[in-house]
Ligand binder design. Structure first.
Ligand code: SF4
Ligand code: SF4
Length: 369
């Protein structure tokens, strides 16, 4: 089976992006997510601007490619790798924060609601496990002492600039911005512009606001001015961040994602439109119901990105993987877990696409033997 290229997926309205998280840094999980969702046919994997995270994701994609080749019994790789996207921010943004608290101040009899509510298992006895926290903020209001605070950070583009120009580097960047940040956006763009022509895609991620469409037009004008009178040398994508980092909370979060996607689509901005923020397994059926996916409509959204929902789907398997006695954390060494993970991922990806992976446990067993 040939997987369609990511660009074709955008054009066909079947683009699937996995969001690992702009500040999620749990390397074994990122590697495993990259393996499973690459094999499931994802078009793009979006990670934090951190070299260790980028390496883990790339490693996962390469393993997936090898596994796909084995399953197809061919020497040539048939699996078109997803584009690797790195997320940056131009100012304070919840996707780029971490929670923290001083566990020595917690009462011994606290029932620890913070631990239970955390979707990333990022809270342990000693406090927040930094690499696991992705800044969703759910633990903040639940602490009866108000002991949990957040630490904002800005992803610095300088550390990833060399990876924007290499052939085996980063394919896409995403800039998280919001109305009121235009000067900050312009400053960040001035750093990226000299190398941006190496990219296949630039995504702009923005939450809703009354000024959203005007703001996005200003962003487009800033980017287009860099290349005037020539067209942009990369594909432009608008990521509509409906209800940030909430897709795993419940089906209803998808409504905010769809509302915002429809609003940006109606604005006819140059570029593709892709939903995020609250997306889950209800998103595609609801989009179809509203005629916002092809083939029912000529004016359709071009894809969907899944973050917390896609990760939570696989977390029970990845937890088991970490406790394996042999090769813990290596998904490719555990065919049963691998196949289960790919099957779950493929079901989500398959909502947008008709294709999926044909990998079965025996294929990898044969390769190992
Ligand atoms: S609930 Fe969210 S913000 Fe709090 S520790 Fe967990 S991932 Fe981080
Ligand atoms: S809920 Fe607050 S007080 Fe209780 S363990 Fe969590 S951080 Fe500590």
């Amino acid at each position: 089976m040939l997987y369609p290229s990511p660009l074709n997926s955008l054009a066909r309205g079947t683009w699937f992006k996995l969001i690992c998280g702009a500040s999620f840094g749990h390397l074994p999980a990122i590697r495993s997510l990259a393996i499973a969702y690459t094999l499931a046919g994802a078009d793009c994997i979006d990670v934090a601007a951190d070299l260790a995270v980028i390496t883990a994701a790339k490693d996962g994609m390469r393993i997936a490619q090898k596994l796909a080749r084995v399953s197809q019994s061919r020497q040539e790789p048939l699996l078109e790798l997803p584009w690797l996207m790195v997320s940056l921010n131009d100012g304070v943004d919840p996707h780029f924060r971490k929670a923290e608290f001083d566990s020595s101040q917690c009462p011994v009899d606290c029932p620890r609601p913070c631990e239970r509510i955390c979707p990333a298992d990022a809270i342990a006895h000693q406090g927040v496990i930094d690499s696991r926290c992705y800044g969703c903020g759910r633990c903040l209001p639940i602490c009866p002492l108000g002991a949990i605070v957040t630490r904002d950070r800005t992803a610095t583009p300088s550390s990833i600039l060399p990876y924007l120009t290499g052939s085996d580097g980063i394919d896409a960047i995403e800039i998280h911005t919001q109305p009121g940040h235009l000067a900050d956006f312009e400053q960040l763009w001035r750093i990226l512009a000299p190398v941006a022509h190496h990219l296949k895609l630039v995504a702009i991620s923005c939450p809703d606001s009354d000024e959203l469409i005007l703001y996005l037009r200003s962003i487009h004008a800033t980017i287009a001015a860099t290349y005037h009178p020539h067209p942009l040398p990369f594909t432009l994508l608008w990521q509509t961040d409906g209800r940030p980092m909430s897709g795993d909370i419940g089906a209803g979060t998808t409504h905010a994602a769809i509302r915002l996607g429809a609003k940006v689509l109606a604005a006819n901005l140059p570029g593709f439109v892709q939903l995020a923020g609250g997306t889950n397994h209800y998103t595609v059926p609801k989009l179809r119901e509203r005629g916002l996916l092809p083939p029912t409509s000529t004016k359709h959204v071009h894809g969907v990105a899944y973050g917390s929902y896609a990760r939570v789907l696989l977390s029970p398997l990845l937890d088991r993987l970490e406790t394996c006695t042999d090769n813990p954390g290596k998904l490719e060494s555990h065919p049963d877990l691998l196949c289960s993970a790919v099957a779950i991922a493929a079901e989500l990806v398959g909502q947008l696409k008709s294709s999926g992976t044909k990998l079965v446990a025996g294929d990898w067993d044969r390769e190992q033997g």
